[in-house]
Design a binder for this molecule. Structure first.
Ligand SMILES: [Zn+2]
Length: 292
């Protein structure tokens, strides 16, 4: 089974993937506001606590989509303490303490760091496919959010699109560039902000489930109109602040969903456009993820 878990890290993003052969991947780590929490695991950040709870000994891949505190800071204790085979970042510089600690740990521990371009793809030995779909880097004065990494993860007919904090310009560029955006599950870009989730992007992704990673915030996230846009397309919206972690498990054909520590229930993927349409056929070289 492939497991994809969207942790409840408050206002932020953190996703953990366990592949069928037991490889662990982390995509963003939430923030470090849990630093004052009473238990040592919580203090280490929600992602680090979860990895300890799952007895994860080694991470195959750590992806930092962009250096905002609500995505990057929770990765700091992970790159400081866990063996990591490969780190991937957007290459966007950030100068806060968390970003400096992240970079220093990668250097000190000699972790390979790659900056994947659009089209970078890999197939793991257990059949899980990874592809970066973030728009090509250009000279545009794009925001840090729009330069973030967008990762599509697929196993059999079931797929997950992790859309970081991209906004309308990057969404339009990805739709315009073609390729395979269609996915069973979409990690909603930018916490459901009104600057993201454009109609054209939603039509291209056509998800069955939309996961909104969000917590108490002063920005009015997620935007009510955006949430309605998903519902109007028949997409089931799942929020990390309404029932805890959103957990998926799939054998590549069937899909199960659980909330927090709750039980698994089988869900249907019939609505999903993940039927691997024309844009979703594999092409080009598939490379092993261990080669940065
Ligand atoms: Zn964010």
């Amino acid at each position: 089974m492939l497991e994809v878990t969207f942790l409840d890290v408050g206002e932020g993003d953190a996703a953990v993937v366990r592949t069928p052969s037991g490889r662990w991947l982390a995509v963003d780590g939430g923030n470090l506001r849990l630093a004052a929490a009473p238990s040592p695991e919580e203090r280490a950040g929600a992602l680090a606590g979860y990895l300890a709870y799952r007895r994860v000994r080694r991470l195959h891949l750590v992806v930092s989509t962009h250096p905002d505190a609500d995505h990057l800071h929770g990765l700091v204790p992970v790159v400081e303490r866990w063996p990591v085979d490969l780190v991937m970042t957007s290459g966007v510089e950030a100068a806060d303490d968390g970003a400096r600690r992240f970079e220093a740990a990668a250097v000190r521990r000699r972790l390979p760091v790659a900056r994947p371009q659009r089209g970078w793809r890999a197939r793991l030995p257990d059949g899980v496919r990874l592809e970066f779909l973030n728009p090509p880097r250009g000279g545009e004065a794009w925001s840090e959010n729009d330069r973030g990494l967008v990762l599509r993860l697929a196993y059999g007919d079931v797929s997950f699109l992790l859309a970081a904090d991209v906004e309308a310009p990057a969404e339009a560029a990805m739709v315009g560039a073609g390729g395979c955006l269609a996915s069973t599950v979409l990690k909603v870009p930018h916490h459901g902000s009104r600057t993201s989730s454009t109609e054209a992007f939603l039509r291209a992704v056509a998800p069955r489930f939309a996961v909104v990673s969000v917590g108490p915030n002063p920005y009015g996230l997620p935007d009510a109109e955006v949430m309605e846009r998903y519902r109007a397309q028949g997409v089931e919206v799942l929020r990390t602040d309404g029932g805890g972690a959103v957990r998926f498990r799939t054998d590549g054909r069937r899909l199960w969903l659980a909330r927090g520590a709750g039980p698994w229930r089988r869900v249907d993927t019939a609505h999903a456009a993940a039927g691997e349409g024309a844009g979703c056929r594999e092409s080009g070289e598939l490379v092993e993820v261990a080669q940065p």
